[in-house]
Design a protein around this ligand. Structure first.
Ligand code: NAD
Length: 505
C-alpha cells in the first residue's frame, strides 16, 4: 500500500507520501476481519454479508468476537488477544456496532480500536435521497471528516477534589496536519469545491486554535478548493438548518461525533450513513450508529449504514466495480420505495420491509442503475496522497512560571492568597482563578467558587524562571499543609505565550 512519491505543491515539498487508497482495480481476493457486534449488529451484518456475497465481492472473511459478551466475560477491554492478532494480520476490518456496558468503568472499544490501530481519519458521508427518502433537506451532500485519535477522547480524566473532576483535551500538530490534509485530499479526489473547518477557537484558543491555524496553513496549498472556518455552535445550527452550505467538514473528534449524527439524522435516518476509519496501515469500516438495543432482534433495523461502510471498504480495496454495483442496486431499491421502518413514510414509500427483506431487495436489483439518484462512480482517477508528518525544528521554550492547583474549601480567597504569597521564591503569586475565572486579586463576590483553585506563579522581573523554583514552592506548600493536586508549567514558545490568561484577567 505504501508508495513513495514526491510531489510539489505551491513550493512545498512533500517528502514521503502514503497512498491510502488503491485506485487500480484489484481483482485479487482479500481476507478481511468481520465482527457481528451487539444489539442490531448481527442482523445488519448478516444482511450486508449476503449482499456482498451476491455481488461477488472478492473477499474472504475471518470472524472475530468483540464487544458486550467479551466485556461481560471479565475482559474489561472487550477484545481478546486473538481478535487483536486477526485484526492486525488482515488490516481491513468490517465491524458492526457494539454495546459498551453501562457502569463498571468499561472503556469504549470503538475508541480503543480507532486509536490503537492509528485510524486517524473518520470519514462520514451524509447525503439526502429526495424525493425517495423523506427529508427536510433535499440538496444535502455533506462529508464529515472527523479527527479520530485525540481531543477529549484521549479519555484522560481525574477527580481532583471533592467537587471537581477534569478531562484533558489533547490536540497535537501531527494530529491536526494529518486530518486537515486528509480532508483537502479527499475534496480534491472527489471533486468537492469547499472544505469547512468547525472549531471553538474563540474559547479554546490553544487547542482548537492550533487546529484552525493548521487548517489555514494547509488550505493555501489547495488554492482550487474554497475553505472557510466556523465556530462550532453556529456551524452545527447551520448544518441542521441549511446543510447544502457545506460539502466537506473537517473537525476535531468530539464535534465530529456530534455533527455527523446530526447530519445523518437530518438526511433521513441515522441508519443511513456509513463510516470509514482510515490509518496508514489499517482501516475499519462500520455504520455511524450504535447497537440500537430497543430494536435489536426484531429484524427491523436499517442495514444501509453498515452497507455504506462496506461500500467504502470495497472502494478502499480497489474493488470499485463491486462498490458501484452494490451502491447502485441499493439506490434502485430506495427509488422503488422499498424502505425499512426508520425511513418508511406513507405517500413516499411503497413497501415497508424487514432488515432481511431489504437485503433481498438490494440483491434482486444488482446490475441495475438508478433512474434519478446519481449512479456512483468511485474511480475518479485521482490518487490521495498524505505525506508523512515531518517534525518542525524545535522552538525556543522559555519557562515563565507555574500554575499550582490547590484543593481548599475556605471561604475568603484572600486567606488563601496570604498563605500562598509566603511561598514566593524567585517567582511570585500573580493570580488565583476558580474554574478559570480570576478571583484574586480583585475578584467579585458574585463569582461562585468550588474547592478547586488555580494559583499562578510567574516571573516578575527576570525573563526566565528557574525550574528548581517549582519543586521548592511545592515542598514549602506541602510543609504548610496546603493540599496541592497538580501543577502545569507556563511556557513561552518562540516568544509566544503557550498558556491561557485567567477569565477577567
Ligand atoms: P444508537 O445509534 O445505537 O441508537 C439510537 C436510536 O437510533 C435507536 O434507538 C434507533 O431508534 C435508531 N437507530 C440506530 N441505528 C438504526 C438502524 N440501523 N436502523 C433503524 N434505526 C436505528 O445510539 P445509542 O442508543 O446512543 O447507543 C446504543 C449503544 O450503542 C451504546 O452501548 C453505545 O455505546 C453503542 N454505540 C456503538 C457505536 C459503534 O459501535 N460504532 C456507535 C455509537 C454507539
Amino acid at each position: 500500500m505504501a508508495s513513495l512519491k514526491s510531489h510539489l505543491k505551491n513550493n512545498l515539498e512533500i517528502l514521503k507520501t502514503t497512498q491510502l487508497k488503491s485506485m487500480t482495480p484489484n481483482k485479487s481476493y482479500k481476507t478481511i476481519s468481520v465482527a457481528k457486534g451487539d444489539g442490531i449488529g448481527p442482523e445488519i451484518m448478516d444482511a450486508v454479508l449476503k449482499i456482498l456475497k451476491a455481488a461477488e465481492a472478492r473477499l474472504n472473511y475471518e470472524e472475530i468476537e468483540i464487544g458486550e459478551k467479551v466485556y461481560l466475560s471479565g475482559n474489561t477491554s472487550g477484545i481478546s488477544k486473538e481478535a487483536w492478532n486477526t485484526i492486525r494480520k488482515n488490516k481491513i476490518f468490517l465491524k458492526a456496532p457494539i454495546t459498551t456496558p453501562q457502569g463498571g468503568g468499561y472503556k469504549s472499544l470503538n475508541v480503543t480500536l480507532r486509536k490503537t490501530l492509528g485510524l486517524y481519519a473518520n470519514i462520514r458521508p451524509c447525503k439526502s435521497y429526495h424525493p425517495f427518502i423523506d427529508t427536510k433537506h433535499q440538496e444535502m451532500d455533506v462529508t464529515i471528516i472527523r479527527e479520530n485519535e485525540e481531543d477529549l477522547y484521549a479519555g484522560i480524566e481525574h477527580r481532583q477534589t471533592d467537587e471537581v473532576v477534569q478531562c484533558l483535551k489533547l490536540i497535537s500538530r501531527p494530529g491536526c496536519e494529518k486530518i486537515v490534509r486528509y480532508a483537502f485530499e479527499y475534496a480534491r479526489m472527489y471533486g468537492k469545491k469547499k472544505v469547512s473547518c468547525f472549531v471553538k477557537d474563540n474559547i479554546m484558543k490553544h487547542t482548537d486554535g492550533l487546529f484552525h491555524e493548521v487548517f489555514k496553513e494547509i488550505a493555501v496549498e489547495y488554492p482550487e478548493i474554497e475553505s472557510d472556518n466556523w465556530i462550532i455552535d453556529i456551524a452545527a445550527a447551520r448544518l441542521a438548518d441549511t446543510p447544502e452550505m457545506f460539502e466537506v467538514i473537517v473537525t476535531p473528534n468530539l464535534y465530529g461525533d456530534v455533527v455527523s449524527d446530526i447530519a445523518a439524522q437530518i438526511s433521513g435516518s441515522v441508519g443511513l450513513a456509513g463510516s470509514a476509519n482510515i490509518g496508514s496501515t489499517c482501516a475499519m469500516f462500520e455504520a455511524i450508529h450504535g447497537s440500537a438495543p430497543p430494536i435489536a432482534g426484531k429484524n427491523v433495523a436499517n442495514p444501509s449504514g453498515l452497507l455504506m461502510g462496506a461500500v467504502m471498504m470495497l472502494n478502499h480495496l480497489g474493488q470499485q466495480d463491486v462498490a458501484e454495483k452494490i451502491k447502485n442496486a441499493w439506490a434502485v431499491a430506495i427509488e422503488d420505495g422499498i424502505h425499512t421502518e426508520d425511513i418508511y413514510k406513507e405517500g413516499v414509500s411503497k413497501k415497508k420491509v424487514s432488515t432481511s427483506q431489504f437485503a433481498e431487495a438490494v440483491i434482486a436489483r444488482l446490475g441495475k442503475l438508478p433512474q434519478l439518484i446519481k449512479a456512483e462512480k468511485y474511480d475518479t482517477g485521482i490518487q490521495m496522497n498524505i505525506p508523512e508528518y515531518k517534525r518542525k525544528s524545535k522552538s525556543e521554550k522559555v519557562l515563565k512560571g507555574v500554575d499550582i492547583f490547590v484543593d481548599w474549601n475556605g471561604e475568603n480567597v484572600n486567606d488563601l492568597a496570604e498563605q500562598l504569597q509566603k511561598l514566593n521564591n524567585g517567582i511570585e503569586l500573580t493570580m488565583i482563578t476558580n474554574r478559570g475565572v480570576k478571583v484574586w486579586p480583585e475578584g467579585f463576590e458574585e463569582t461562585f467558587c468550588t474547592d478547586h483553585w488555580r494559583c499562578r506563579y510567574e516571573v516578575v522581573e527576570e525573563r526566565q524562571a528557574e525550574k528548581k523554583f517549582i519543586p521548592m514552592i511545592m515542598t514549602k506548600a506541602i510543609d504548610q499543609h496546603i493540599d496541592i493536586i497538580k501543577s502545569e508549567n507556563l511556557y513561552e514558545f518562540d516568544g509566544k505565550r503557550g498558556y491561557s490568561l485567567g477569565q477577567g484577567q
